[in-house]
Design a protein around this ligand. Sequence first.
Ligand SMILES: NC(=O)c1ccc[n+]([C@@H]2O[C@H](COP(=O)([O-])OP(=O)(O)OC[C@H]3O[C@@H](n4cnc5c(N)ncnc54)[C@H](O)[C@@H]3O)[C@@H](O)[C@H]2O)c1
Length: 295
Amino acid sequence: MTYGLLKGKRGLIFGALNEKSIAWKVAERACEEGAQLVLTNTPVSIRLGSIDKLAAKLGAIVIPADATKVEDLTALVQQGVEHLGGQLDFVLHSIGMSPNVRKGRTYDDLDYAYLQQTLDISAISFHKLLQVCRKLDAISSWGSVVALSYVAAQRTLYGYNDMADAKAMLESIARSFGYIYGREKKIRINTVSQSPTLTTAGSGIMGFDNLVDFADRMSPLGNANAADCANYIITLFSDLTRKVTMQNLFHDGGYASMGMSFRAMKVYNEGLEYRDVKEDKTKQQRRTEDAGEKS
Ligand SMILES: NC(=O)c1ccc[n+]([C@@H]2O[C@H](COP(=O)([O-])OP(=O)(O)OC[C@H]3O[C@@H](n4cnc5c(N)ncnc54)[C@H](O)[C@@H]3O)[C@@H](O)[C@H]2O)c1
């Protein structure tokens, strides 16, 4: 179902790597709602992924940019505004990557050069993007900027590693810049904290399949998928949410407000009983062995 929520609006979307990407679904929905788009990703991701296919389908152009490089962002925003024929009405930052996660370095054995890259790619790039846009006056009044976050910014989820620190910083940037940009230009900046989602970035997290299952059992509404996320983000780009800014908005089926659900508890208990049985067997075996040694 379409509502024409973004009719006549111009948008810039970062992070569509392939069909699984959250940004891919957002781009599709934004076009359905009447927006005109510029898509971007790094030159490597453009080569290895399928963003050109998406651009052809949506009648959009792709401008390569590494979001950690201010000169790339400057050229991207200038060319994007020129191509679209006016200021941007919305921007999606859907970027995340941790070399520590990729190389299997645990949180108590981080490589600090990798940590710098994690923070630069996944959080500081958001500040760079906002600063470039503001200096070029590239976003229209009442425009909307959204970045994607995860609940590990607030709660420890083992395996999410240094990405948790990056997401905490990302959410803080949304608040700090949201004040400046809101006061001056009435521009909204929010983060959407999404359920674990089966994408290329998501699958890099240790024990990801189990995490998806656990989150699904914990959430009263179940996990939100990438298409659900796109629908929510469209509302944030629309004029229906003009007074929402500086927020971290949970889009996770209720997960972030849960302590323990009946479904998750049941599976946990069954798992414990299974282990108890195994432990009992081991104890029994040990007793038999001890008895054998004594006799
Ligand atoms: N998948 C999940 O479980 C999940 C959950 C919550 C939040 N998120 C967040 O959603 C966002 C999108 O991730 P996704 O799950 O769609 O995975 P994805 O792998 O499809 O997208 C990540 C994107 O980041 C891009 N990227 C990496 N380095 C970049 C750089 N230097 N400059 C520009 N782009 C760069 C990649 O090319 C890729 O397109 C990320 O911020 C991620 O942390 C994902």
